[in-house]
Design a protein around this ligand. Sequence first.
Ligand code: MG
Length: 306
Amino acid sequence: MAESQVTAELVRLVEVGPRDGLQAEPNIVPTATKLELIMRLSESGLPVIEATSFVHPDRVPQLADAAELMERLEPQGGTRYPVLVPNLRGLERAVAAGAEELAVFTAATESFSQRNTNCSIDESLDRIKDVVTEARSRGLPVRAYISCVLGCPYEGEVPVSAVADVAKRLFDIGCGEISLGDTIGVGTPGAARMMFEAVASEVAMGQLAVHFHDTYGQALANILACMECGVRCIDASVAGLGGCPFAPGASGNVATEDVVYMLHGLGFATGVNLRKLALTGRWISGHLSRPNMSRAGAALLNTKTQ
Ligand code: MG
């Protein structure tokens, strides 16, 4: 070898399109389409794909096929497929269907917790503790989501101390990874940095992830601000699936293609084949009859076909 090569630092992507993205779609997506989406995402090289959710089907009818989907899912080597569970009952259903990794959720504000999960933050942490205890006894890792880390639709601004407190409690319970979600996408990079630094003073950096929505076009800037603070795990959704692009104020997840394009440009490794991912984004957007919300994905494919 003529010259020494520096190995690029790895950033771990958590693809949330099949769960966080699809759950907002108004028309029921066939299980076969979901499975093909997960397969295509796996083949693009994504290391972690959140496959579905075992919340009660009445709450999320789109994901009522969770058990069937997990039973039919053919895992690709090297890809992990966590699933969301609300409580112990969800854990039991998920494990029975073959899930080997779990995700749980709470919020940084009482109002959002009450409206989203019908319980206080304390009560949600009690439920999470039960899930984590049971999961650990079975050797299953658990990631936790915190909603509303940079703003709440009911309470407005959220103190960073509230986010840090919930994150610390999740860490102490034993959640292996804690994902900080700007659920309504209102954050800007300065606020994201302050929030992330407050959390990182309480929780080990290697156990933190960020989850941004692009409602105000700030997602990539916010991700970069948090990366400058040290985070190396990023949630994203292929084609920006999530929310409804036709509803005012609806908040889509940051598009995975856009994140990958930025990361590769910065010299980070992701293991993802961006072209395969972009084709997957275009494919699922067509299936859902929705615009492809990934700017990088659309630009990449347009360029290649000219
Ligand atoms: Mg989201």
